[in-house]
Design a protein around this ligand. Structure first.
Ligand SMILES: CC(=O)[C@@H](O)[C@H](O)COP(=O)(O)O
Ligand SMILES: NCC(=O)COP(=O)(O)O
Length: 264
């Protein structure tokens, strides 16, 4: 097995919650003001118990801007136990940001490689492996050399997980939109079984498991109860929407309760 692959979760550990702050930045960018503050939102989320912060600095800076990436890195110096997860396409702007952070001694704990096109409205597919591997492997090695763990955003395809492992990445993030759409419908069990198989294939290949996209308070516990060994969920859109109703701190606590409920 690739010695670079590590699985950090110990038996009995609960899934870590990484709060994605893209939508805080999206709202802020609609005016030339500084509110809502991305760093303030990160502080509130971490104070409420979130284990990490995720951002997806897209090349068009529609929401998270480059300065947010560095502002959050500075903030997270005060939160040494928290994980910083930076998502993006390593063939676009992501690696430049990671290199600049590493030069400052602030490499993120994790980067998540996502195969999004520049103008794509949101993430809607994972990598095609082994087809994409040749262009990814050197960037995976570079990111690891800079001090970051690498997670690959993947569709829940069991047959792709050995190829994901062969890239040298430590983790895969299961793209959970299909599950979210099926949740609460007659197809839920069938679709969830696919994620269980993909998760088992990933972990059987020696990869650690993350999950994200369209997870929310209604569907999160069912997913985690069914799919063993999810080490991290990154959640943004629904969580920030909930925060408009409940407040960010209470919302984070509610999502943590969903995670705890799944492992009860
Ligand atoms: C990779 C993924 O599914 C999300 O983390 C992504 O950050 C969503 O991007 P938007 O917030 O721009 O929709
Ligand atoms: N990787 C998923 C993520 O960070 C947030 O996705 P979403 O909850 O905004 O759909």
């Amino acid at each position: 097995m690739n010695p670079l692959i590590t699985t950090g979760q110990r038996p009995g550990d609960r899934t870590a919650l990484s709060v994605n702050l893209n939508k805080v930045a999206l709202l802020r960018n609609t005016r030339t003001l500084t509110i809502p503050s991305v760093t303030r939102a990160a502080t509130l989320a971490l104070q409420a118990g979130a284990q990490g912060i995720t951002v997806h600095p897209r090349p068009d800076e529609r929401h998270i801007r480059s300065h947010d990436v560095f502002d959050l890195a500075d903030l997270l110096r005060d939160w040494p136990a928290a994980e910083y997860n930076i998502e993006g396409n390593p063939l676009h702007n992501l690696m430049d940001l990671v290199r600049r952070l590493a030069e400052r001694g602030q490499a993120p704990q994790q980067v998540t490689f996502v195969p999004d096109a520049v103008g794509q409205s949101t993430s809607d597919h994972g990598w095609s492996l082994p087809q994409d591997a040749a262009q990814l492997v050197p960037l995976i090695r570079e990111a690891q050399g800079l001090g970051a763990r690498v997670s690959l955003f993947m569709d829940p395809l069991p047959q792709a997980m050995a190829a994901a492992r062969d890239t040298g990445a430590e983790r895969v993030e299961l793209y959970t939109e299909a599950y979210a759409r099926a949740h609460g419908t007659p197809r839920q069990a069938e679709v969830l079984a696919g994620y269980v198989a993909a998760g088992a294939a990933a972990r059987g290949a020696g990869l650690a498991l993350n999950a994200g996209h369209d997870l929310n308070r209604d569907n999160l516990a069912d997913f985690l109860a069914a799919v063993p060994g999810v080490e991290e969920v990154s959640i943004g859109h629904a969580l920030i929407a909930d925060a408009l109703e409940l407040g960010l701190a209470e919302t984070v606590r509610d999502y943590l309760r969903c995670i705890h409920r799944a492992s009860a």
